[in-house]
Design a protein around this ligand. Structure first.
Ligand SMILES: [Zn+2]
Length: 313
């Protein structure tokens, strides 16, 4: 079983074009380094931009979409049904916890104090770190959908294990999605209209945007075939913007038609009794924030009013 990932990854820098940008973000105090690549502390100014971008996406769906906010962890049973493990084993993250007795605790501490591998004593928790913001949504739709389908605005965190010093490739980042679960026509129409709305919103924020067919980074040899099929069937389209002058533009949003993948995995039926189809338009909130900082400068309080009026109205 395979799954679309709403991965926003194509076009990120592969060499050192990002070094200067990351240095500037640190120097301006917008990002703070940790001991791990791709994990940062963020300043109040950075978070203010994030809030403005989140609000801009929310405005796209106001009145039409039911808002649901999910935490950064996902039920393991839900994760297992998404098929993510088959397609992206190298990107997933599993949480492990201690459930042992006193004797196991003694051994845990002994290994910890001896700098040994204490993690072997842990057991898989009932949750994993969130693979895609929309994955937690599908169990809510199991059963028969109403005639008009269901429309959701989802906010959540995603985790991707791809440590990189490129600031646009974070290990954990915010994803804001507009999701349609319904019949095939609804899903495709939503994918296309959501893409158009999203591109317009991002252009209105002063970003130079282009839309390109894309594929998810499926794992392994089978993954190459899956990626080619995804491209041929034009299931995934990314909204990209130039951040690094010598590199391919960076994807900051994507529009994904999952066909009946989630409908069949989560037993979701349309009103007429067919397997439901779904699509989601996903906004990489941290990447959009970085793209805005790159486009308008590192002090958001000095950005052009036509941008800040839209972000903070
Ligand atoms: Zn999604």
């Amino acid at each position: 079983m395979t799954t679309p990932a709403e991965t926003i990854g194509i076009g990120a820098s592969s060499d050192t074009a990002f070094v200067e940008f990351r240095h500037e973000l640190f120097a301006a105090g917008l990002l703070h380094p940790t001991s791990v690549d791709g994990v940062y502390g963020k300043s109040a100014a950075y978070e203010r931009i994030v809030e403005g971008v989140l609000a801009s996406v929310t405005r796209l769906g106001v009145g039409r979409f039911e808002a649901v906010h999910f935490p950064p962890v996902l039920a393991r049973s839900t994760f297992d049904r998404t098929g993510y493990l088959s397609s992206f084993p190298d990107l997933m993250g599993s949480l492990h916890v201690f459930e042992g007795n006193d004797r196991a605790h003694t051994e845990l501490v002994r290994r910890y104090e001896a700098d040994g591998d204490w993690s072997e004593i842990l057991k898989p928790a009932e949750v994993v770190v969130c693979s895609a913001a929309c994955h937690a949504l599908y169990p809510l739709c199991t059963g028969r959908l109403p005639e008009a389908g269901r429309w959701f605005e989802i906010q959540g965190y995603c985790f991707r294990h791809e440590p990189s010093p490129d600031p646009t490739r974070m290990q954990t980042f915010r994803m804001h999605e507009l999701v349609c679960v319904g019949d095939p026509d609804m899903a495709v129409t939503h994918r296309d209209s959501g893409l158009a709305d999203g591109l317009r919103m991002l252009r209105d924020l002063g970003l130079e945007m282009d839309a390109v067919p894309a594929n998810d980074p499926f794992f392994g040899r089978l993954g190459t075939i899956l990626a080619n099929t995804q491209l041929e069937e034009a299931l995934k389209i990314e909204g990209v913007t130039p951040i690094y002058p010598t590199e391919k533009p960076t994807a900051i949003m994507s529009a994904n038609y999952a066909q009946d993948h989630f409908g069949s995995s989560f037993s979701i039926e349309t009103a007429s009794g067919n397997v439901a189809h779904s699509s989601c338009v996903a906004f990489g909130i941290d990447r959009i924030t970085l793209a805005l900082l790159h486009a308008h400068g590192l002090d958001p309080y000095r950005w052009p009013p036509e941008v800040t009026d839209r972000l903070w109205r």
